[in-house]
Design a protein around this ligand. Sequence first.
Ligand code: ADP
Length: 367
Amino acid sequence: KKRIGMLTSGGDSPGMNAAVRAVVRVAISRGCDVYAIYEGYEGLVNGGDMIKKFGWADVRGYLAIGGTLIGSARCKAFREREGRLNSAYNMVKNGIDALIVCGGDGSLTGADVLRSEWPGLLDELIKEGRITAEEAAPYKHLTVVGLVGSIDNDMSSTDITIGAVSSLHRICEAVDSISATALSHSRAFVIEVMGRNCGWLALMAAVSTGADFVFIPERPPASDDWESEMCEILKKHRKLGKRKTIVIVAEGAIDKNLKPIKADYIKELLSNRMKLDTRVTTLGHTQRGGKPCSFDRNLATLQGVEAVHAVLRATSDTPSPMIGVRQNKITCEPLMKAVELTRQVAEAISRKDFRRAMELRDPEFSE
Ligand code: ADP
């Protein structure tokens, strides 16, 4: 019988609650004990009442609620070995021998670091006299499983992350609202959207709303004078009778020399060169999505089920898996490989190898 700890960590994303719900209920139905660990790794480091055994009814109503009800945090202490030592102590004291973490690449890296230090952390606790060898004996093997909760859809080895579609939906609604006023006043809007160094939200929002122009980190404008080229395209759209101009800028947008392209700069271009009445809108935290859409509820539920199955399948020498989805099939791949590929994307962009960045995100990428 496994005793599974579940936590959500890093930036919150819609669907994390559905993942917690699925893990709790499948774990219970498979005869496991399941513990909610509050405030991400903070709960693991601090223990006490931040780790709570959950029953079936504790996750009632979770499906429809945005964010994460068991809380999330950025936890400095967990980045230090001392913090992870306390985490190991709290796991043994609560009888937890498996961990399911729902978060972004940072959180999943942290989970794998913990596992890589296992069972050394237990030996250290025994040496310090905090636990006895008998107490530690049943916890020799730590099972770690990752679920990717992120609105950015920036993780390699999976087609989509929990929360990205809800976030995209919210962005589209916001752009639609802005479009209505832009149309009324014949205005231009430059809209900055989230995504860190991933352009997925910006690109998909641009396609879904019929934006006039989009800037994403993975495909900087090729021309030396992209400013003039953009203005020409926007002018052409106006000549065709369009009364509004919408430019979407990913927060990580860059030019081909890796210099950030900022919404205010685009605004100056549209105002000064095109004489358009231009406003900048930064959508901010509304983009974190709120209520999860049905896709994220389903995705998180199916992946939560698979996460528990992965815990039950795990042996001492299987690498920690990450639950993903590819071509509509739930997948289970080595977590560190996915984290490493994700890291390499940023590296490829910093080398200006934008094609490689796309291939690392998606092995089937083609122009
Ligand atoms: P995300 O999971 O959304 O990428 P962060 O990168 O902020 O968010 O990571 C969330 C938390 O995961 C951090 O606050 C920290 O506690 C833990 N973490 C991240 N990277 C590491 C690491 N290399 N080693 C240990 N813990 C880490």
